[in-house]
Write a protein that binds this ligand. Sequence first.
Ligand code: SIN
Length: 202
Amino acid sequence: MKPQDILLGKNSLWIFGYGSLVWKPDFKYKKSKVGYIRGYKRRFWHGDNFHRGDDEMPGRVVTLIEDDDACTWGTAFEVIGTQMEECLKYLNMRESVRGGYITKLVEFFPHGQNQLPVPAVVYIATPENPMYLGPASPEEIAAQIIVCKGNSGHNIEYLLRLAEFMRITCPDVEDTHLFSIEAAALTLVPILLASKKSVSVL
Ligand code: SIN
């Protein structure tokens, strides 16, 4: 879907976030709701040479992978009126130009009773993107994440904040992929720090 087509005939728009958008939307919105989308699983399979890494050491950030049996939890933000164009312009730069994500329209299911699903825009990085890295073990992904940083900060901040969001906001949702990478990273950080200390002592 082309970004300019998203706004046609609309006076309100929902944006679904499942990565850094859940803890750092950085655009104006009317309201937000926690919920999920169906048919996708969240994976740290996309490479990032701008926000959380660079060309030499690309970071690992999340994307969505199609999977009929899966659902992904996150937050959707409703933007209205003039906020819509501003928001899409901002996200086009942040997610598409700098992050390599494309836009798709999905159905967002807000958490809670008597809530109807709404169409929402989501940013996804596909395997066709040159920065796409694909699967790796939690230990390999964690080892990459703990050493990378980019213009938006350390890659581990991205991981820990996303894990914190899921733990606090969606405590009943099991996200084995995310939490196994978080656990591996927390095991590796002291080893990394100790190795840096011993190098500086020599
Ligand atoms: C993003 O939204 O994909 C990048 C922003 C960040 O890493 O803080």
